[in-house]
Design a protein around this ligand. Structure first.
Ligand code: GAR
Length: 213
């Protein structure tokens, strides 16, 4: 049984997709706790509704390092095999990231390595790109730079607003994040050193893209 702790800051729609897919696909996995850095995150209610322990850890510590030490303590109480960042909007300290090497994954709303950081949808529109998407990747100390596991691409239509584009990307996020978690539950994906292996073979970045449409 893959024990998962999910970290959120807001709506938690990816959390919901993960909870639903674990159930519907009868994955050998369980979300054992959800932790938010915001007490008003709607995702906390989603967790409670699903009977999952919902924890708030607000930043009253004064330093990123101290917060992350407390966060690590809270997470490790639940002995997770996998820590899933699902819209957790904090930069993590190197010690925290290194502690979870190979067990910490993130979803980011762009086709990484393009558009690291914030406001990805508007930046993609401003650049006049024809395609956009989402990426699931292992987390390393460098922000939004860890090795890719799976990406989904979406087209950009003429006249799209950032909101419309965000919704299109979200739909794909809700497919690829649960799928990656299924792979973990089945022991099919790992990171060794800085390389990702899927089904025992090295997964090259260009092979991580899933053409869903
Ligand atoms: C998602 O779109 C995720 O890709 C993004 O936050 C959103 C959370 O939505 N994450 C980042 O931007 C991380 N840099 P959700 O709370 O509805 O799952």
């Amino acid at each position: 049984m893959l024990r998962i702790v999910v970290l959120i800051s807001g709506n938690g729609s990816n959390l919901q997709a993960i909870i639903d897919n674990i159930h519907d696909d009868e994955m050998d996995a369980e979300v054992v706790a959800v932790i938010s850095n915001k007490s008003n995150a709607y995702g906390l209610q989603r967790a409670e509704q699903a009977g999952i322990k919902a924890i708030t850890l607000e930043d009253t510590y004064g330093s990123r390092e101290q917060y992350d030490i407390e966060l690590q303590k809270k997470i490790d109480t639940h002995q997770p095999d996998l820590v899933v960042l699902a819209g957790f909007m904090r930069i993590l300290s190197d010690d925290f990231v290194n502690h979870y090497h190979g067990k910490l994954i993130n979803i980011h709303p762009s086709l990484l390595p393009k558009y690291q950081g914030l406001n990805t949808h508007q930046r993609v529109l401003d650049a006049g790109d024809t395609h956009h998407g989402a990426s699931v990747h292992f987390v390393i100390p460098e922000l939004d730079a860890g090795p890719l596991i799976l990406q989904a691409e979406v087209p950009i239509h003429k006249g799209d607003t950032a909101e419309e584009l965000a919704q299109r990307v979200h739909k794909e996020e809700h497919i690829i994040y649960p799928l990656v978690i299924k792979w973990f539950a089945e022991g099919r994906v790992k990171m060794l050193g800085d390389k990702v292996y899927k089904d025992g073979k090295e997964l090259l970045p260009q092979a991580a893209k899933l053409h869903l449409i």
